[in-house]
Design a protein around this ligand. Structure first.
Ligand code: URA
Length: 185
């Protein structure tokens, strides 16, 4: 069985796809390695690439507020991305880049053993729930797969672009909190 340290090391040395060429840092994941809940975004942006930590830019600050609104903090959850290196100009990660990176995320699931996985946005939901996932139609639904409850909500960057989506994300966050409380009972 691999350890967290071995996995993080393997990610830092990875050259399995072209994203390694322009990265400043790999962005492994952050948070509580005993958490029952994991949030998964799509991939690092500029600030994440510079700092080597997920969700530290504007979207990350909003994510912190979304967590705080339901009484959660960054230290109580685990946060990672589908791809661990920044796609140039923040474009969507290509299918082959996601494929090259997904085994790292799978190992993070094995080590963390979360009961809830929350996909932040379309890219993560398509990669982890189902390829035909529609973020507007299917967000907030629950999918039970291999002992884990999966759900998705809008990506914080989408909320920054379109404030009218915020009430839906708030609804989703409340339901996520309720599910977590239920599982902890
Ligand atoms: N957007 C993401 O999907 N992940 C990050 O880490 C930052 C922004």
């Amino acid at each position: 069985m691999i350890t967290w340290e071995e996995l993080e090391n393997a990610v830092s040395r990875c050259r399995a796809c072209g994203l390694c060429r322009e990265r400043h840092n790999t962005v492994f994941g952050v948070g509580n390695r005993k958490s029952k809940i994991m949030f998964v975004g799509e991939g690092p942006g500029y600030y994440e690439d510079m700092q080597g930590e997920p969700f530290v830019g504007a979207a990350g600050q909003l994510l912190d507020r979304m967590l705080g609104a339901v009484g959660l903090s960054r230290d109580e959850v685990y946060i990672a991305n589908v791809v661990k290196c920044r796609p140039p100009k923040n474009r969507d990660p290509l299918p082959e880049e996601q494929e090259a990176c997904l085994n790292f995320l799978r190992w993070q699931f094995v080590l963390l053993r979360p009961q809830i996985i929350v996909c932040l946005g379309r890219i993560a939901a398509k990669a982890l729930i189902t390829p035909d996932f529609s973020i507007t139609k299917d967000r907030g639904k629950w999918y039970y797969k291999k002992g884990v409850q999966f759900t998705a909500t809008f990506h914080p960057s989408a909320l920054l672009r379109d404030e009218s989506k915020k009430p839906f994300a708030w609804e989703d966050m409340k339901a996520i909190r309720e599910k977590l409380d239920e599982l902890e009972k």
